[in-house]
Ligand binder design. Structure first.
Ligand code: SAH
Length: 397
């Protein structure tokens, strides 16, 4: 088995990770401050600095988080001169949509964004009969280098700021509210951190974004913590830190192999934290939160789909509060790998279920628009029209 170089990981110091992965480039410039970077107290201080009464913090927050309005002209309860000044200071444009694509009759919609420094990221909105889920990016690119994932091939550009993460959700909540997502209720209710990037490598910003998304309006968006899923390759120290946060978000672990030999190759961070350690941390999260952990497993033909691997995975998870999400491998440019044939997939499912492990196969939402899991490679858009987001990121619940 090829052993890939160990990637420098320092979840506690995400910027070290950045400089490790971005070769010799200078430290990336973070975007201007936005109201979503601040809690309500911070927004009140910002008002004081602007010479405005502190109640304006609540007014502008109600527009942004409560009504999903970001256009100053629509904030008619604010004096005209004030609203422009406040919007210029607290609502700078962080994300410029440069392409929107839809498929599944409008139920899956992918947005490609340009950030202030030209970096590109994507988000995906997925409509179901009873809910709408947003799949958001936490980093531009990714430093985890999983060889079957398009984002992993492009390397890390930079961490997103809290507001760059939150603003993807607020924008998509506006799209959901407009009724454009065919066949779904007009309300965004779930968020999965399964777009570009490794959320736990941008730890403090992702946690703050989760808090902002789950604090009631007008301070935040008021989503339920239980309706937020954070997915990780298994950065064990950051997983332990997450346990200590006492949040009740769902944890998803991208396992992809039950044995270290293969996982060392498929998820290179496994060279640092092994299957046993990563599962221990996941089970500790379960014990702390009472929430079922979701085990992500992309089925790759003749690579990780053997019956013995299903049995081994079954033994590792049997009796645990865990759910396996099998993802038929989505094609990525230049990849030598392929999805497992359906009979092999069915046998894998059968063996897991026989071991008493709840298992589903994820629908591959957004494949036609390269919006499915691991297809996100926005960096290539500068040259061609290729691209894609991790989109079929819905966790079967
Ligand atoms: N970095 C985090 C968040 C990304 S989530 C993580 O890895 O968990 C995206 C999910 O899609 C992960 O489970 C990832 O392993 C999976 N994935 C990546 N490339 C894929 C592909 N080509 N086909 C199917 N799933 C893929």
């Amino acid at each position: 088995m090829t052993i890939l170089p160990v990637i420098p990981i320092s979840p506690d110091q995400p910027d070290t990770l950045q400089s490790g992965a971005v070769s010799k480039r200078s430290r990336p410039k973070m975007p201007p401050r936005h109201l979503a970077d601040l809690d309500l107290a911070g927004r009140k201080s910002a008002m004081a600095a602007l010479g405005e009464p502190s109640f304006r913090a609540k007014q502008i927050s109600t527009h942004y988080f409560g009504r999903l309005v970001r256009d100053a002209a629509a904030m008619t309860d604010l004096p005209a001169a004030t609203r422009d000044r406040l919007a210029a200071d607290l609502l700078p444009t962080l994300l410029t949509p440069i392409r929107e694509q839809a498929c599944d009759d409008g139920a899956t919609r992918k947005t490609l964004w340009r950030l202030h420094d030209g970096a590109l990221v994507e988000s995906v909105l997925m409509g179901y009969p009873d809910r709408i889920t947003a799949c958001v990016s936490s980093q531009a690119g990714c430093g985890m280098a999983c060889p079957f994932c398009a984002t992993g091939q492009q390397g890390l550009t930079r961490n997103l700021s809290v507001a760059e993460i939150v603003d993807q959700v607020v924008y998509l909540a506006g799209v959901a509210a407009s009724g454009k997502v065919t066949g779904s209720p007009p309300r965004l209710s779930r968020v999965v951190f399964m777009g570009m990037g490794e959320p736990l490598a941008n730890y403090p910003r992702v946690i703050e974004a989760v808090r902002r998304l789950t604090t009631p309006a007008p301070e935040g968006l008021g989503l339920s913590q239980r309706h937020i899923t954070v997915s990780t390759v298994g950065l064990v120290p950051a997983m332990r830190r997450l346990i200590a946060e006492q949040l009740s978000v769902t944890l998803a672990l991208s396992l992809h192999a039950p044995d270290d030999d293969l996982r060392d190759e498929l998820v290179p961070v496994n060279q640092r934290w092994k299957v046993a350690e990563v599962l221990d941390a996941a089970f500790e999260y379960v014990a702390q939160t009472g929430r079922r952990v979701s085990i992500e497993y992309a089925l790759i033909r003749d690579v990780n789909d053997q019956p013995w691997r299903a049995d081994l995975l079954g033994r590792l998870l049997s009796g645990k509060l865990a759910h396996v999400n099998l993802i038929p491998l989505n094609p990525t440019p230049g990849s030598k790998w392929d999805a497992s044939p359906k009979p092999v997939e069915r046998e894998f499912v059968r063996r897991l279920r026989e071991a008493g492990v709840s298992t589903t196969v994820r629908d591959t939402r957004g494949q036609e628009i390269d919006g499915a899991c691991g297809q996100l490679a926005a960096g290539e858009l500068t040259e061609a029209s290729a691209g894609g987001a991790a989109a079929d990121a819905e966790v079967a619940q």
